[in-house]
Ligand binder design. Sequence first.
Ligand SMILES: [Fe+2]
Length: 262
Amino acid sequence: MIDVHTHILPGIDDGAADWEHSIKLARAAAAEGITGIIATPHHYDGKYSNDAETVKALTDELNGKLIELDIPVRIQPGQEIRAHNDLIFNWQAGKLLPMGESSYVLIEMPSSQIPKTMEQFVHELRLLGVRVVIAHPERNAEVVQNPDRLAELVELGAYAQVTTHSLLGGFGRGIEKSAWTLCRRGLIHIVSSDAHNLEWRGFRMKDAYERVEQELGPAWRRYFERNAQALWNGRSITDQPTIPQPTAKAAGWSKIKSLFGK
Ligand SMILES: [Fe+2]
């Protein structure tokens, strides 16, 4: 398995606090069957600033330690870049990193709203040959209220990543519902952990993929796994399988559940 959104680099954001925690996260990833991780520390979010050179140097150092310790996980550099006014300028200036060796960038929106400039970013970056992957839109209040807002961005050429913990209910019932709604509408292209620590925000990739298989069918699990692998290999995200229609029985059950506000 490949995990393309993580905070595994030590001491540079609210993820792994130090080398010990980074190594523990890597060991946990290996135990789950994750072989490749893209490190995406926060960047430009008002609190953390992690420039391309710092991220690349720490990634190299972590890979060196993983080889030394014989932990079968490799890391590629990336950033979780907060949407900011100078985004296009900073990209052109070479200050921002794509996800690994791909031509996709991981962009984080504020949790309360979709920035007015988001459509422009998606469009302009696309003209530059760069595709935007929106980090965890299921946690954005505007998207939760109106998934059509995400659909508009996807229509413009954006992609979206859902977080394993959202799918598994770790952020509460509302976010869980939002995550599955976006998946069922075909607005999600990648599943990843956004792992920060082992205590309460680990990987849970295996659990999430199993739930995807149960809820959406094996073709969707393969689709998400294939896309993560494609980013790792520097290739493009592929076309989606058909959205599974709920069976009459399942549709009846969800109607009953909705009557009870679930
Ligand atoms: Fe993140």
